[in-house]
Design a protein around this ligand. Sequence first.
Ligand SMILES: *Cc1c(COP(=O)(O)O)cnc(C)c1O
Length: 371
Amino acid sequence: MLPWLGEEEARAAAEAVASGWVAQGPRVAAFEAAFAERVGAAHAVAVSSCTTALHLALVALDVGPGDEVVVPSLSFIATANAVRYVGARPVFADVEEATGNVTVATVDAVRTPATKAVVAVHQGGVPADVAALRDACATWGAALVEDAACAIGSTVRGRSVGAGALLAAWSFHPRKLVTTGEGGMVTTDDEQWARRLRRLREHGMNASAAERHASSTPVLESYLEVGFNYRMTDIQAAVGLVQLGKLDAMVARRRELAARYDDLLQDVPGLRPVRDPAYGQGNFQSYWVLPEHGFPVDRDGLLAALADAGISARRGIMAAHLEPAYRDHPHAPLPVTERISRDSLILPLFHTMTAEQQDRVVAVLREQAKR
Ligand SMILES: *Cc1c(COP(=O)(O)O)cnc(C)c1O
């Protein structure tokens, strides 16, 4: 995933520097407003990363020691780590093979009376079926947090991912569609939570620097609870505003390239590409393919063949429970997670990719399928 950055972002960052306001300020507020509008949430709170967004979402839900939080193992490790930051226990749920996402059934299989929250990941930009998960979580008495790190521009039943979410966490790391270098966002419709999140990202302070600056009388801040320094800078937000303006073009281009891959891969037997689920549309942040059982070459063989042709593909999504950090962490069997993580690969797909570059990728795969 090559970020699509240009002159306009460079100029916006330079303007922020020249303005003298480089920490969290007016550009962060403008980015928050534009982002909330884009995803259809009442409030957006900018933070330093999706990892810190997930951490704050769990703090806002008062998740802590003694609580369990169901998360997919098939995710970037930050999803599980955020649960550890608040002293709770991550409980790994398996995923469905078609989307790589948790479902009501896979969460139900591992939840217990101690399950205080569920984190559903819209993995690789493929939307999770959040309508079903929201209903189920409501009956279980668990809060649903959406890890939408990869899902800006993806839709569920015609609405943006994040619309109607209790709490959704977003990432602006360069591996995601919209980037600010590093950065994240929490979105919610709940004003109380939004206020608490703003306080938590800023040391638990009752008044932000912008509010103090805007006030004609001196504002004496006080620290209402133990918070964090999870702020975004105005330089990052300036870049984010430009990037957000390009989002529709980014998604349209990625979906076009994905559709072309689909067509080309039709005559490569045994390679199943990720597709839109019936209930939504992905942004194709990751275009992954899963070799069917019996495919003549394994995933690492395919990666090697592509590398020999000068093409850099990547292994599929990681599984947190297989990492040393979680070696001693008990979990139920996770067969689909292990299969996708072991066998899938992510094909190159970037905004300026040409038809010829795409043809070369598929030519290598076609050759390998014949071995
Ligand atoms: C990238 C990613 C994160 C972490 O995002 P950062 O902004 O780098 O902290 C969390 N969850 C998922 C699913 C991701 O893909």
